[in-house]
Write a protein that binds this ligand. Structure first.
Ligand SMILES: [Zn+2]
Length: 85
């Protein structure tokens, strides 16, 4: 399907998070799921120039996750369009 490209698979570190928010237009509940992931690979280095370990990646994903969870500015695409148009 993708031809004969040779691909190296790197170990993936990921977390999947569910967020419950309210649509800012219709006030109905919205449930969103998001996956945060990074792979352990020779190009994914930390500020010391070392390859990030899974524990390090997990810490970073946690920060990203918390930022996303704090952002409750969610809405249905449909509601948004109805409000704007
Ligand atoms: Zn809505």
């Amino acid at each position: 399907m993708f031809g004969r490209t040779i691909r190296t698979t790197f170990q993936e570190v990921s977390i999947t998070v569910t967020k419950k928010a309210k649509c800012k237009f219709c006030n109905k509940k919205i449930v969103r799921r998001k996956k945060f992931c990074q792979t352990i690979n020779p190009f994914n280095k930390n500020s010391n120039g070392e390859i990030k370990q899974s524990s390090e990646i997990r810490e970073e994903l946690k920060i990203e996750k918390n930022k996303w969870l704090e952002d409750l500015n969610e809405y249905h695409q449909k509601c948004y369009e109805e409000d704007v148009l």
